[in-house]
Design a protein around this ligand. Structure first.
Ligand SMILES: *[C@@H]1O[C@H](CO)[C@@H](O)[C@H](O)[C@H]1NC(C)=O
Ligand SMILES: *[C@@H]1O[C@H](CO)[C@@H](O)[C@H](O)[C@H]1NC(C)=O
Length: 299
């Protein structure tokens, strides 16, 4: 809520006197461009409104932008265009299919490479001088992508950044997003992120969804969070809190969903659905191309 409270106060002051803009740090450490495309318009809009944004990402601006400072992470890992290995779908394994586990395994495999990637990026982040320099400054709010890593949260702790943290999710919530702001994710009706449908109808759907829910939580915990904490502790020679504890301290999350598309489920004020935030405002164009409403023929 801090960001919006800050913005509201800022706009009130704007009416009467000089503006004290916010100093904002965003850490977006995923190599997939599709994620950045969702966040970039928010960063640019904040800069246009006079805030100073520092963005650590794999996608620095090609032209320098006012009020917008880039920290390039490109040297850490290769930028990835989204690629999906279609063989998993093409050649189903007979044993797995006969056990009815094809769908389950496909979803598990889809996420598997993301843990190695997270650890690789984390090892790079802890050794990146420009990021370390940025983390020594003061911020009013820090935006951190919530995807396959909590490394950034550990770093914020190491550098003693006290600003409130807002989590950003570029798609639907991940299985490990819910607990950090106290949202219920009852697997009997809240589908996992990789689910093919947005509603769960049959008993088998429910069973599979429950297994996936558990699997993804354990996977994130033990293949990523625990190992990232170890990477940070080895690098800085200090003990830091469990990354899950730091994760539960986020003040708010913005998620790229909208209930009419992604299904109805319980939400809390700390979670704001910003589905379509990245779609540009094209009011003028809209007017010009607005569809012609067919006239009903008089009968
Ligand atoms: C940068 O912020 C100032 C206010 O601090 C604002 O007037 C200006 O338009 C912003 N620059 C850009 C390029 O958005
Ligand atoms: C939790 O967040 C607040 C700011 O919202 C910060 O002051 C505090 O240090 C954080 N606690 C931990 C354990 O990081």
């Amino acid at each position: 809520m801090y960001l919006f409270a800050n913005l509201a106060i800022l706009f009130t002051i704007l009416q009467t006197q000089d503006v004290q803009a916010a100093n904002i740090l965003a850490i977006l450490p995923h190599v997939g461009k599709s994620h950045f495309l969702v966040f970039e318009p928010l960063m640019k809009e904040l800069a246009t409104r006079g805030h100073h944004v520092t963005v650590a990402s794999f996608f620095p601006q090609s032209e320098p932008l006012g009020n917008y400072t880039d920290i390039s992470l490109q040297e850490i890992a290769e930028v990835r265009k989204e690629r999906i290995n279609l063989q998993v779908f093409d050649k189903p394994n007979r044993i797995i299919s006969s056990l009815g586990l094809q769908n389950f395994m496909t979803q598990v495999f889809a996420f598997q490479p993301l843990s190695d990637l997270a650890l690789k990026v984390c090892s790079g982040l802890v050794n990146l001088p420009p990021l370390a320099e940025a983390l020594r400054k003061n911020y009013d709010v820090v935006l951190v992508e919530n995807f396959n890593s909590d490394c950034a949260l550990g770093l914020l702790h190491v550098y003693d950044v006290k600003a409130p943290v807002i989590g950003l999710v570029s798609g639907p919530l991940l299985q490990w997003s819910y607990s950090r702001i106290g949202l219920p994710d009852n697997p009997s009706y809240v589908p996992t992120i990789t689910s093919r449908t947005s509603t769960i109808t049959t008993f088998l759907d429910r069973l599979e969804n429950t297994a996936l829910n558990l699997y993804f939580k354990l996977w994130f915990r033990y293949a990523i969070q625990v190992k990232e904490r170890a990477i940070i502790e080895r690098r800085f020679w200090i003990k830091i809190p469990d990354l899950d504890v730091l994760a539960r301290n986020v003040s708010m999350m913005l998620v790229n969903t909208f209930h009419s598309f992604n299904g109805v489920r319980p939400l809390l004020p700390g979670l704001v659905e910003v589905g379509g935030m990245h779609i540009g405002r094209r009011r003028e164009e809209h007017k010009r191309t607005s569809p012609v409403i067919p006239q009903r023929s008089k009968s």
